[in-house]
Design a protein around this ligand. Structure first.
Ligand code: SF4
Length: 251
């Protein structure tokens, strides 16, 4: 068996261990009562680029107030929406991306409502979403996970990519490659839980610059070569209430 095959074979059981430890430590994240609309989520993702959560949320609200039905943006000139989203920066570029995105959605999907999208097979859905301008695996998987409520979907962002590679579950160079390596090996119905808990874990413990390895609940399973370097840090509360604001869940 090749090294690559043996790595693939152990991914599911290692992910089970990680998911269970994180759930013990951080709790089981609960979804909001209402799932975000798929198109609104796509547009929120564009608006979130190169800005903070507060300003992208203001831009989103301005746009939604003026155009309650985002499909109508297909008929709008990008110039008209620029002032509405200016607060989030690079409005010139984002306005064009949004209008093109909505036009592509109409051309490729026709109807873009949750009921119809949920009937699609996940791999086909992700491929079709990725054919939209500006949409990659992470955003496509976010639509499946957050807007369609698919608990087997698993978006990989920079936090998730960093942690899975540090632990040694995968050895990949980019988030997209990590996504492709693990997407079919996520513990059944635990994609939402694992995704959210890995992000929280990445912000509190396995941070990019100074991971708090000395108080990490994954220390014994982590194969990161530098893991025993001690960094003084502030105590981390189990189940801390200072929950992180997550744009995709708040749309
Ligand atoms: S031991 Fe360190 S590098 Fe490994 S998962 Fe924990 S915090 Fe991250």
């Amino acid at each position: 068996m090749s090294a690559q095959q043996s790595l693939k074979n152990r991914i599911p059981s290692e992910l089970q261990i990680v998911a269970s430890r994180l759930r013990d430590f951080l709790g089981e994240p609960r979804r909001g009562r209402k799932l975000p609309d798929p198109l609104e989520l796509l547009i929120a993702t564009v608006l979130s680029q190169n800005t903070n959560d507060l300003n992208s949320h203001k831009a989103f609200t301005n746009l939604k107030t003026r155009y309650p039905n985002f499909l109508s943006l297909a008929q709008v000139s990008p110039r008209k929406i620029e002032p509405l989203i200016k607060v989030g920066g690079i409005a010139n570029k984002k306005s064009k991306t949004i209008v093109r995105l909505v036009r592509d959605v109409e051309a490729i999907f026709g109807k873009f409502d949750r009921r119809r999208l949920k009937k699609m097979e996940r791999a086909k859905l992700i491929d079709d979403l990725c054919s939209l301008g500006g949409v990659g695996y992470k955003t496509a998987a976010c639509v499946s996970l957050f807007a369609l409520g698919d608990d087997d979907a698993f978006p990989v962002d920079t936090h998730v990519h960093r942690i899975l590679n540090r632990i040694g579950i995968v050895r990949e160079k980019t988030p997209d490659k990590t996504y492709l390596a693990v997407r079919d090996r996520i513990p059944r119905s635990r994609g939402y839980e694992l995704h959210i808990n890995l992000i929280r874990f990445g912000r509190r413990i396995c941070t990019a610059q100074k991971p708090q390895c000395h108080e990490c609940i994954l220390f014994d399973v982590c194969r990161w070569k530098e893991k025993d370097v001690q960094h003084p840090g502030t105590p981390v509360q189990k189940n801390g209430k200072n929950a992180d604001f997550m744009l995709l869940e708040s749309v």
